[in-house]
Design a protein around this ligand. Structure first.
Ligand code: PEP
Ligand code: MG
Length: 598
């Protein structure tokens, strides 16, 4: 591994810039930078010098028309989510009410920039007040406003740049709205100077199968048109690539094709490792079922209601959950109750004035501050489950104590939900997994949060990306402790009475009865890393849940090892002194990673 990949910022001549590789792939391409966000004009700025009301109104109209036409053309050329987002934005750019309010302001002597800024503000505020679908349109208005102001200033429009040629997209970080218009046919690779392995950018890059590097601080100096080699495997960006890099990129392009996932995750010895999907909507679930997912290991219910300022109604919830359940008749679907807070704020549950939201009232904890929402959600899940044929399991995020696990199991029972579980995302839950699992039926490890809390490193902070790595041996030890807890709690539960505390003789007997172990899965991003997936299985993890695009790679690599080998590799990783060493030691033992370019 190069010095750069070991964590130094760059090599001697600054040609190699290092970050953290978060999505595999090796490509050469020219840089296009994400434009800087549009800065607001001064409040009520007067007409520019030399302009009069007529010329300023004409300038405003021309800018608005140019933005609407540009968006319409892009919408016509796009597909799927991107087309829908662009179409909605184009419609907003041509909105007569918006233009009328802005021209009225220009007529009163305000500059076109300030007028459109102020007019859009008023429209966005009105839409937000209407709530529901209309409130969600407020973001489109604000996006249109930024585009019109950029047009008036003659600077590049915000958002993903447009280009006829494929390019390497360089940005500080990407916002969720940007990624909806990211066209994988145009973007060769993603490089950000901020963001961590668990950041939105990283998750999206993996879901689109794009090579990606985050936390590459040195890349802020790259300019439009620079030729670079991006290596998402080592996490390096090389300026002015030469024959050596061309050869690596060419051999990556000629890598062995990954077989499609056939719908049954197994090791080489036939040991089954069900491979499930992480989903956030019904359409996601349908696509995941088509990709062969054996069920859903994580339904992020808050994704169905992000941006909503009011609790969704019972009917809305039943409909959203059913859309997912119906994609998996007869299959397991693990629903996570609302995980509001920190990186996923929901105004009806979270308090945005908290000084430290990641350590605040989030996930299951919101039930104390806003009682009732959780019970109502469980009732909606139960009704949707009743109406569908899916095998519905329900888990709570951010569980920290056995008492919380017990209460959640009670709430599930009261709602008529048969399979209560907990997410293990907080180190206390991993340490006491045996006790937690005596009270519920299963656990699913959220390695994204478990890593940030174990390493005390904000998952969104690029500067801490090296700490925020699920290969950190400390995180792997907690995963092992959780899997051990599942075995120690075998045969326990509400029906079986209190179980044997971990470490007792009874627990040892339970360990022997592995088949009766309470299942412990992983649904964090770690499960989508094929090499780490092998380690997780070796640590005792029973199921892996991931973005559907990761299924073929994880399935292919799992099939190259038997259980004993997975356990040996897990031992290597546990004994390593750093995340880099753990990853290096394990990857060196899995030659098929290189063959498939993973
Ligand atoms: C996790 O923390 O690993 C997880 C799966 O939950 P989220 O990423 O939604 O916080
Ligand atoms: Mg989490």
């Amino acid at each position: 591994m190069s010095a750069a990949a070991e964590g130094t910022l760059h090599d001697g001549d600054g040609r190699v810039l290092a970050g953290v590789g978060v999505s595999a792939g090796r490509v050469i391409g020219r840089v296009k930078r994400m434009p800087d966000p549009v800065q607001p004009p001064a409040d009520g700025a007067p007409l520019p010098e030399g302009a009069d009301v007529d010329s300023e109104t004409a300038r405003l109209k021309a800018a608005t028309q140019a933005v609407a036409a540009g968006l319409k053309a892009r919408a016509a050329a796009a597909t799927g989510d991107a087309a829908a987002v662009l179409k909605a934005t184009a419609l907003m750019a041509g909105d007569r009410t918006l233009l009328k309010s802005a021209t009225t302001l220009v007529a009163s002597g305000t500059s076109a920039e300030s007028a459109i800024w102020e007019a859009a503000d008023a429209v966005a505020t009105q839409l937000t007040a209407l709530g529901g679908y209309m409130a969600e349109r407020a973001t489109d208005v604000l996006d249109v406003r930024a585009r019109i102001v950029a047009e008036l200033r003659g600077v590049p429009a915000p958002g993903i740049p447009d280009s006829d040629e494929p390019f390497v997209l360089c940005a500080v970080d990407l916002a969720p709205a940007d990624t909806a218009t990211l066209d994988p046919a145009k973007v060769l690779a993603l490089v950000t100077s901020d963001g961590g392995p668990q950041s939105h950018t990283a998750i999206i890059a993996r879901s689109l199968g794009l090579p990606a590097i985050v936390a590459a601080t040195g890349t802020t100096a790259l300019a439009d048109g620079d030729l670079v080699f991006v290596d998402g495997i080592t996490g390096t960006v090389t300026r002015d690539p030469g024959p050596a890099e061309e050869e690596i990129a060419a051999s990556y392009a000629n890598r062995a094709a990954l077989p499609d996932f056939d719908g049954a995750g197994t090791l080489a010895d036939g040991h089954a490792v069900p491979l499930l999907a992480n989903v956030g909507s019904g359409s996601d679930a349908v696509a995941s079922a088509e990709a062969g997912a054996e069920g859903v290991g994580l339904l992020r219910t808050e994704f169905c209601f992000l941006g909503r300022d009011k609790e969704p109604t019972h009917e809305e919830q039943v409909e959203a959950y059913r859309a997912v359940f119906d994609a998996f008749p007869g299959r397991k679907v693990v629903v996570r109750t609302l995980d509001a807070g920190a990186d996923k704020p929901l105004p009806f549950l979270t308090d945005d004035s908290e000084p430290n939201p990641a350590l605040g009232v989030r996930g299951y904890r919101t039930d104390g501050a806003t009682p009732g929402v959780l019970a109502r959600q469980l009732a909606a899940i139960a009704e949707a489950a009743e109406l569908s044929e899916a095998d519905v399991w329900t888990m709570a995020p951010m569980i920290s104590t056995p008492a919380e696990a017990e209460r959640f199991a009670q709430l599930c029972a009261e709602a008529g939900l048969r399979r209560p579980g907990v997410m293990v995302e907080v180190p206390s839950a991993a340490v006491l997994a045996g006790q937690l699992l005596q009270r519920v039926d299963f656990a699913s490890i959220g390695t994204n949060d478990l890593t940030q809390y174990t390493m005390a490193a904000d998952r969104q902070l690029g500067a801490l990306a090296e700490l925020n790595d699920p290969w950190q041996p400390a995180v792997l030890h907690l995963i092992q402790a959780t899997a051990d807890g599942g075995r120690a709690a075998a045969g326990t539960g509400a029906a079986a009475g209190p179980g044997a505390p971990a470490g007792t003789e009874a627990a040892a007997v339970a360990v022997a009865a592995d088949s009766a172990a309470k299942p412990v899965g992983v649904c964090g991003e770690a499960a989508a890393d094929p090499a780490l997936a092998v380690v997780l299985v070796g640590l005792g993890v029973a199921t892996l849940s991931m973005n559907r695009r990761a299924l073929p790679a994880v399935a292919a690599i799992l099939r190259t090892v038997d259980l004993a080998e997975a356990q040996r590799l897990a031992g290597l990783a546990l004994g390593a002194a750093s995340a880099t060493e753990a990853k290096q030691l394990v990857r060196a033992e899995l030659p098929d990673l290189e063959r498939f370019g993973l």
